[in-house]
Write a protein that binds this ligand. Structure first.
Ligand code: GAP
Length: 473
């Protein structure tokens, strides 16, 4: 089977209730998406997996949940007010507004790039190469704070955070003092971020509102390169544990020109989001970034240091975010290693990787979403073979109630058994439990495996333990 493209996932998502276009009844709102019952559940399971793995299972990471709207000065000193922009161009022919750095270069028929000294680009809408000069477009969403504010009132200006990371840096001292941590340690946070992207698109790949899972790991400068590499290795393994195949992941080392102003080294983990593209390189795009942010952030938000002439470089901050090492009696600014991953892109990669098709004995093709049990929105579906037989229905509903506290279980009687199985396969439910006429006699039920379609008769008394073992061991 050919790898599914994003369009296949868009259609599955809408059909089964993972993701819907936002504001749809009013014509939508460019590249905004709402998560339905299954999508919300899957996103929650991804976030829980990340949080459990980093905050609970390791012993060196604290959790945090900081505000979306912070003092504007946070974004002044982080550098976002001046540098968080993309090069915006207008196509003079069709008036499309586009990101210059995402445009294809114009090529001659022999494939040679035209305009070597000053590259020429091609408009994806109309094919023209007539663009305005690029200008910096800041991606932060602006808002105003307070009842008396007006849109023109600069003193009330605030931003919706474009990354969750800054909330972590400005809380560094709070967490350090309250947790009594020593280096190295990390602070993890999951939350919404907002960017007024010039060209959002490709379903939930690039949107203006999205969710990030970011962790800032504070360490001694000399340990930073080693720890950076460890997180690059660990995060690949985490993606494998979520069911993403190694063949669809790739590392990308950012070049000096691509590095953000704060980074010494950044490695992106790319996923094959666009398998339909001919050029293998273009099939991959960023799933997450893992950066060595140096001591840039803690320094920039500190009331120190002073420059050689004694001027305070940050006259607005009221804190020094340096660290005092009791052992060496030295004070310094820790380096930061930052693994930053999008919830939405992870969800898309997981859906793409889990999507398979299988043909049944009647020659009908069925979709099976081979989600890891940990991530599956529904773990078990209990199905009555005959919904007009009250004893069967009662037994099935009772089974659902028994299983529910241990695993997310649903009851479904809205179709014939073949349809019910197909629906559960398509939403990734690992097991279906069917109650039939014989169950009333022998207290046994049929357990059907999503991936193999094999069926086993299991005694009701053993059912919970059997499923727990299959799901979680
Ligand atoms: N604090 C560093 C930072 O924000 P980033 O590479 O800009 O780094 C991290 O963002 C991750 O957030 C990306 O790898 C991607 O998964 C996700 N992300 C960024 N912009 C996004 C957008 N417009 N839509 C969806 N996800 C996005």
């Amino acid at each position: 089977m050919a790898a599914p493209n994003i369009e296949t996932i868009v259609s599955l998502s809408k059909r089964r209730g993972f993701v819907f276009p936002a504001s749809d009844i009013y014509g939508g709102l460019g590249s905004s998406w709402d998560y339905g019952s299954l999508g919300a559940e899957l996103a929650n399971n991804i976030k829980q997996s990340w949080w459990r793995w980093l905050v609970h299972e390791r012993d060196d990471i604290e959790g945090l949940d900081s505000s979306i709207i912070q003092n504007r000065l946070v974004w002044k000193y982080s550098g976002h007010e001046t540098t968080f922009s993309d090069p915006l161009v207008d196509c003079r022919n069709c008036k499309a507004r586009l990101r210059q750095d995402k445009l294809e270069l114009k090529r001659s028929e022999s494939g040679i790039t035209i305009g070597e000294s000053k590259p020429e680009y091609v408009c994806p809408n109309c094919g023209s190469s007539d663009f305005t000069e690029p200008r910096d477009f800041n991606l932060m969403f602006r808002t105003t704070v307070g009842a008396a504010s007006s849109d023109e009132d600069e003193s009330a200006l605030a931003y919706l955070r474009p990354e969750t990371a800054q909330g972590i840096f400005i809380n560094f001292k709070n967490v350090l003092d309250s947790s009594r941590r020593k280096l190295p340690f990390g602070i993890a946070q999951i939350g919404k971020a907002f960017r007024n992207e010039i060209t959002p698109g490709n379903f939930i790949f690039r949107t203006r509102e999205f969710e990030q899972m970011e962790m800032e790991y504070f360490c001694r400068p000399e340990d930073a390169p080693r720890i950076h590499q460890e997180f690059i290795d660990e995060f690949q393994k985490w993606f494998y544990s979520l069911g993403i195949s190694a063949a669809n992941l790739k590392l990308y080392e950012q070049t000096a020109e691509e590095l953000a102003h704060y980074a010494a080294r950044t490695v992106d983990i790319l996923y094959r989001f666009f398998p339909e593209r001919d050029d293998e390189k273009r099939q991959f795009d960023e799933l997450m970034g893992i950066a060595n942010r140096t001591d840039f952030d803690l320094k920039t938000h500190s009331k120190k240091p002073e420059d050689s002439e004694g001027r305070r470089l940050n006259p607005d901050s009221q804190e020094d975010l340096s660290y005092f090492d009791e052992a060496t009696k030295q004070r310094f600014y820790p380096y930061v290693i930052e693994p930053a991953v999008g919830v939405n892109r992870t969800l898309l990669a997981i859906l793409m990787d889990a999507y398979t098709e299988k043909t049944n004995e009647k020659g009908e093709t069925r979709v099976i979403l081979k989600l890891k049990s940990e991530l599956a929105p529904v773990k078990v579906a209990v199905l009555p073979l005959a919904k007009n037989k009250p004893e069967i229905v009662a037994m099935a509903k009772d089974l659902k109630r028994q299983l529910l506290p241990a695993m997310r279980t649903v009851y479904d009687d809205t179709g014939g058994i073949g349809k019910l199985y197909a629906r559960q396969d398509e939403i990734g439910t690992p097991f279906c439990v069917t109650v039939d006429h014989e169950s009333l006699e022998d207290n046994r039920v049929t357990v059907r495996d999503r991936d193999t379609w094999e069926q086993e008769r299991i005694a009701i008394a053993d059912l919970k333990e059997y499923l727990m073992r299959k799901l979680y061991v």
